[in-house]
Every structure is written in structure tokens, then in C-alpha cells.
Design a protein around this ligand. Structure first.
Ligand code: AMP
Length: 283
């Protein structure tokens, strides 16, 4: 049994520990999470193993949830998360209380315009402001060498990269591939909300993305590939917020004459009352 990670709740203490490591020439990999860890999170931890030390934060960030969303019932499983992270050889778990990140008179928010505006930004107003704000705070508390994010939340990776560039954070960003169940469903902490019947229907999201990719790779245009995606998803009565084929960096929708350029299909929809997102690179 490996030694467990040091569980740190205090921002000043984690900052000191990480700075001490980097000052002595060690590379520190950082994986920010909201906990309820699954194999997708653990793939980021494994990638961060390229560094000398790994720090994982576990913090359910209130500011990225909208009113009526699942902040209060979001799964919180700190004890089992720490066991998984011990097995994965993580050096520190940073699990701060809410008031360490958001003191009572907290008055500062980080807004990344551009890539935050469409898709998730449109359907979850304020979401990316909450994400950018918490990532900014975490990067300042955990001055790591490299931070690891999942392609599962593609738009989030675009927003974080833009913030890091615009605010000149001295940190490298690495994006890791989406980990899926055997049938294609992307792993998500929210999958625990699905009934077994909903779980079966939810696979239509990744199946729709695969249909779009197949269509695109056989020379279909953006409109045809989008229609193929919507047809598969529509068969399972999923309430779609958006299903679109976009430029992976600008997130602008691709027109029909853009075959050959990089493209990604994005989808978000509600299976019962559970909202899920997924995406797939087409080229
Ligand atoms: P979360 O705990 O949902 O905030 O996710 C923490 C990190 O894990 C984010 O960078 C996510 O993109 C990433 N992540 C979540 N699900 C997956 C997955 N299925 N595959 C790869 N990375 C994931």
C-alpha cells in the first residue's frame, strides 16, 4: 500500500509546498477537479506523472453552477477519492473549504469573453466566469509547472488556454483525451444521476458524435454531418441544447465549404433531468 497523499486544506500551505518543490528544480503537475473521481480524472493524474510531483485539487466550485443546477447534490466522495489518489502516487491533495476561495466579501471575477460566449456559455450563463475565476485562484494557490485538463470539456480547455495566454500565467496546459465506457459514453461524475434506462439512452450522445465523424470522414459537409448526429441522438428522445460542428480553436460553426480544415463536433443534451456534454474531433 503506497503512502497516502498529504491532504492540504490551507492555500498558503499548499503554495509553500509547491513553491519549495519547483524552486528545487522539480516539475509539478496539477490536476484541478471537483472530485467524485473516475477513470477520466485518473487518466489526467497518470499524464501528470510525467512531472516529478503531482497535486490534485478537489473543490466543488459554487460559482460555476447556475441557479437551479446541481451544486448542492453534486457527488462529494473525498474519502474514496483520496484512496484512489494514494494508489495513483499523488503527492498532495488540495481540498480547500469554500471560504478559502470565496471569502465573505469576495468581489473579483475573471471573465474571458470570446470563447466563453457560445455553446455552454449560452446555455449556462456565468458558467465560464465561474470556471475562469476558480482556475485563476487555483493557479495562484498551486504554482505548478503544468496543468492537465480533459478534452471531455473542450470549450473549457479553450477558455482556460485563452485566460492563461491573456493573463500570462507561467504554466503549461496539457489537454488529455476523453475516457469512455466500453459502449462510448464519456465518463462523467454526473453519470451517477442516470437511471439504468437513461444510461442506455445516454449512449446516443457519443453514437451521434461518431455518426458525425463517419459522415465527415467520408466527405460529408458540416450540414450533413450535423444532421447525421442529430438523427442518432433524436432516436433516444434526448433534449438537445446544441449539436454543432465547429472550429476547434475559435469554436465558430463551420460552413459547408470547410472540409479539410480541423473540425470538432460538440453536443449537449438532457437525458431525463441530467444534462450531459460530449465532443469528438472529426479530423
Ligand atoms: P470535473 O471534476 O468534472 O471538473 O473534471 C476535472 C477534469 O477532469 C476536467 O479537466 C475534465 O475535463 C476532466 N475529465 C472529466 N471527465 C473526463 C473524461 N471522461 N475523460 C477525460 N477527462 C475528463
Amino acid at each position: 500500500m503506497p503512502d497516502g497523499p498529504l491532504i492540504e486544506r490551507n492555500p498558503a500551505a499548499i503554495r509553500r509546498a509547491v513553491l519549495e518543490a519547483t524552486t528545487s528544480g522539480r516539475r509539478v503537475g496539477f490536476v484541478p477537479t471537483m472530485g467524485a473521481l473516475h477513470a477520466g480524472h485518473l487518466s489526467l493524474v497518470e499524464a501528470a506523472g510525467d512531472c516529478d510531483d503531482v497535486v490534485v485539487s478537489i473543490f466543488v466550485n459554487p460559482t460555476q453552477f447556475g441557479p437551479g443546477e446541481d451544486y448542492t447534490r453534486y457527488p462529494r466522495t473525498l474519502e474514496s477519492d483520496c484512496r484512489l489518489l494514494a494508489d495513483a502516487g499523488v503527492r498532495w491533495v488540495f481540498a480547500p473549504p469554500v471560504d478559502a476561495l470565496y471569502p465573505d466579501d469576495d468581489a473579483t471575477r475573471v471573465t474571458v469573453d470570446g470563447p466563453s460566449q457560445r455553446w455552454e456559455g449560452e446555455h449556462r450563463p456565468g458558467h465560464f466566469q465561474g470556471v475562469a475565476t476558480v482556475v485563476c485562484k487555483l493557479f495562484s494557490m498551486v504554482p505548478a509547472t503544468t496543468a492537465y485538463f480533459g478534452a471531455k470539456d473542450w470549450q473549457q480547455t479553450v477558455v482556460v488556454r485563452r485566460m492563461v495566454r491573456d493573463l500570462a500565467f507561467p504554466i503549461d496546459i496539457v489537454v488529455c483525451p476523453t475516457v469512455r465506457e466500453a459502449d462510448g459514453l464519456a465518463l462523467s461524475s454526473r453519470n451517477v444521476y442516470l437511471s439504468s434506462e437513461e444510461r442506455q439512452r445516454a449512449v446516443a450522445l457519443s453514437a451521434g458524435l461518431s455518426a458525425a465523424r463517419d459522415c465527415w470522414q467520408h466527405g460529408g459537409d458540416a450540414a450533413t454531418a450535423t444532421a447525421a448526429m442529430r438523427a442518432v441522438i433524436g432516436e433516444q428522445a434526448i433534449d438537445v441544447d446544441y449539436a454543432a460542428i465547429v472550429d476547434p480553436v475559435s469554436l465558430e460553426p463551420l460552413s459547408d465549404s470547410t472540409q479539410g480544415l480541423p473540425a470538432i463536433a460538440l453536443v449537449a443534451g438532457r437525458v431525463g433531468s441530467t444534462r450531459l456534454i460530449d465532443n469528438m474531433l472529426l479530423s
